[in-house]
Design a protein around this ligand. Structure first.
Ligand SMILES: C[S@@+](CC[C@H](N)C(=O)[O-])C[C@H]1O[C@@H](n2cnc3c(N)ncnc32)[C@H](O)[C@@H]1O
Length: 275
């Protein structure tokens, strides 16, 4: 039997934050809360201690299931669509949702992309763009008429407010009719996280720059090119965490974004280009 040497991990700043998400997905998969054997394989190949991330794995699995459901629904309507995963890190979503026809584009920064290519090389319907999501050149090779679904899981909170707004309006101009799914950090979350400790706490306090509330939701809805904005509920699994988060998405907005959960939103962009 050939024993593969462990792959060293040398990530810092925002790139380092991908390790927590990967570790929680692998822990959730090991606990049977998520079907994600690829996440376990990737964790087992890395020279990194993921033990701390088992805490919070179930909650994270609900967030992942919500993103997955949004992608699966899009692919049911558009089986040969292109999914663009901005800031994809070591996400293994392609293998969870692949319908045999989807085309998949991963976008991430050079250090992360190098690691991704080593651990999760592109298959025939996958491609990678090495560069910032904020520089819209990742759109160059896409057919603008779509159908295109752009996801940003755990990415936008690390940008400045004007960068988030610019990214959304830029996509609306270049790929009218696309759909965007992204998660946000409510302002209240930063206060709670500040009271904690550990490396993830320090990274969050230092790096979360775009925080969300009701006003910010209104601002996103009013951006040129945004047609509709809605909150996504997790799949209705008979698990208290899923049911509780689903209940939060039905609360009035005033309350919805004042609770310590990570909302996930879907923006549908106008089919007529703006400006
Ligand atoms: C919290 S991790 C999320 C990773 C993955 N989406 C997940 O949920 O497991 C943030 C990711 O954003 C990437 N990232 C940070 N700034 C970026 C940028 N300007 N453009 C593209 N990716 C970026 C990091 O390299 C990292 O992979």
């Amino acid at each position: 039997m050939v024993v593969m040497p462990l792959v060293p991990v040398d990530l810092s700043g925002v790139a380092e934050t991908l390790l927590g998400n990967l570790g929680r997905r692998a822990a959730a998969a090991r606990a049977g809360a998520l079907r994600d054997p690829m996440a376990i394989q990737v964790v087992d190949r890395l020279d990194y201690d993921f033990a701390d991330f088992a805490r919070g794995a179930r909650l994270h699995a609900v967030r992942v299931a919500t993103f997955d459901r949004a992608v699966r629904r899009f692919l049911l309507a558009h089986p040969a669509a292109t999914v663009v995963a901005l800031g994809e890190g070591l996400e293994t979503q392609f293998w969870r949702v692949d319908n045999g026809q989807v085309r998949w584009l991963s976008v991430d920064l050079p250090d992360t992309m190098q690691l991704r290519q080593e651990l999760l090389p592109d298959g025939p319907r996958q491609s990678s763009h090495c560069g910032s999501a904020l520089d819209l050149s990742w759109l160059d090779g896409l057919e603008p008429a779509g159908p295109i679904l752009v996801t940003a899981q755990g990415l936008l909170p690390y940008f400045q407010r004007d960068q988030v707004h610019g990214l959304i309006t830029g996509i609306a101009q270049r790929a009218p009719g696309a759909t965007l799914v992204f998660d946000v950090v409510p302002k209240v979350m930063l206060g709670l996280v500040r009271r904690g400790s550990g490396r993830e706490r320090d990274l969050a306090v230092e790096l979360w720059t775009w925080l969300f509330d009701r006003d910010e939701r209104d601002a996103i809805s009013a951006l040129p090119g945004v047609d509709q904005l809605c909150d996504l509920a997790p799949p209705r699994r008979p698990h208290p965490v899923s049911l509780a988060i689903a209940a939060v998405t039905r609360l009035p907005r005033r309350l919805r974004y004042s609770l310590p959960v990570f909302p996930i939103l879907q923006a549908t962009l106008r089919t007529v280009p703006t400006g």
